[in-house]
Design a protein around this ligand. Structure first.
Ligand SMILES: NC(=O)c1ccc[n+]([C@@H]2O[C@H](COP(=O)([O-])OP(=O)(O)OC[C@H]3O[C@@H](n4cnc5c(N)ncnc54)[C@H](OP(=O)(O)O)[C@@H]3O)[C@@H](O)[C@H]2O)c1
Length: 328
């Protein structure tokens, strides 16, 4: 049943069926302090139905450029909005993610929303002097800069790499000598990871709970910093299965393990650019607070806890997202 206590602030969650979106919507509903309006393309998807059952008001509004009027109408009456952009294929010179992000922000302003939390990432173009191409990072940073120029309170979360990428997109292959984890990172370089389904919500809720404190802040969301080899070793320890790491780092190794990616040159460039950026420059800029998300959410899952909780054994898993998604 839809939550009707209008004394509770209403938060609109765009992309509410996404992993991040449903985490945010769920965390807000669980707190009992907010009403949630969940925007999705498909009212009949499992995540949308689950949110409706938990009390969210579900509205059908596609998360794509050109929908600013509809998005604004959908946000009306909201005190806050969680804004995110879905994986969108980038074919230069088009910048669909930047346009969508700007339209989401414009929609929030014209709807009279007081506080937006945007799911952003670092500006790879700026940090690398334009030597690495990762538009799904840089365009988010440009959206952030745009939001900061608007007359609206804003806060930003920067999610780490998702643990779920390995379950959803880069699934290990089973062979005679066990599972081969072809990972796009080198074996021994630590990188930040998180579970988007459980880590995003507490971080975003914390920002809506303390809007003045978090005004203008950009904060990483991290479950654990670990290497690709650590991930495989932990999988072996937790599941008891045989498994080994294989390098999918760099174009050649990536295409050897995922030859079908070769059909989309822009996607390969973007993926290789992102990974080289993370390895050579660090996923996060040096001045970011890497401790914040664990302080406000001590239960944020490590990879080991994620494996134990999910009981994942190495098989392909989907999370109810649209099948046409580009895996970055
Ligand atoms: N993977 C990572 O390691 C990582 C790390 C940090 C940040 N990110 C960023 O996280 C974002 C993705 O978040 P997520 O993984 O939580 O999303 P997700 O689970 O893949 O879900 C995306 C959702 O967006 C909605 N959507 C609307 N229009 C879409 C379109 N044209 N194509 C695809 N989906 C569309 C779909 O919901 P409906 O069908 O209900 O509309 C879909 O469920 C991306 O911007 C990515 O860059 C990813």
């Amino acid at each position: 049943m839809i939550q009707t206590d209008i004394s509770k602030p209403l938060i609109t969650v765009v992309g509410a069926a996404s992993k991040q979106g449903r985490s945010v919507a769920g965390a807000l509903l669980d707190s009992g302090r907010y009403r949630v309006r969940a925007l999705t393309r498909r009212r009949d998807s499992q995540p949308a139905q689950d949110l409706a059952r938990r009390g969210a008001e579900v509205l059908v509004v596609p998360l794509m450029p050109g929908m600013q009027v509809e998005l604004s109408a959908a946000m009306r009456g909201s005190a806050g909005a969680f804004l995110m952009t879905p994986p969108i294929a980038k074919v230069p010179p088009e910048e669909p993610e930047l346009i969508l992000g700007q339209e989401l922000a414009n929609a929030a302003v014209s709807a009279g929303v007081e506080h937006v939390v945007f799911s952003g990432l670092e500006n790879v173009e700026a940090r690398t002097g334009g030597t690495k191409w990762a538009p799904h990072f840089t365009d988010k940073a440009k959206v952030e800069a745009y939001i900061r120029s608007l007359p609206i309170r804003s806060s930003f979360v920067y999610p780490a790499f998702f643990y779920t990428n390995i379950l959803e997109y880069y699934v290990p292959q089973r062979g005679a000598d066990g599972l081969t984890f072809a990972i796009y990172l080198p074996p021994h370089v630590p990188n930040p990871f998180c579970d988007p389904l459980t880590a995003t919500g507490p971080a975003v809720r914390e920002m809506f709970d303390h809007p003045t404190q978090y005004a203008g802040q950009s904060l990483p969301v991290i479950g654990e910093v670990l290497t690709a080899q650590d991930m495989v070793d932990t999988f072996v320890r937790v599941t008891g299965q045989r498994a080994h790491y294989a390098s999918a780092y760099g174009r050649e190794d990536l295409l050897r393990h995922f030859p079908n990616f070769g059909a989309d040159e822009h996607f390969v460039r973007e993926l290789v650019g992102m990974v080289e950026y993370a390895v050579e420059y660090g996923y996060y800029a040096p001045d970011r607070d890497l401790t914040w998300s664990r302080k406000i959410d001590p239960h944020a899952m490590t990879w080991e806890q994620f494996l134990k909780r999910s009981n994942w054994q190495g098989e392909l898993q989907t999370f109810g997202a649209a099948p046409e998604l580009v895996p970055t």
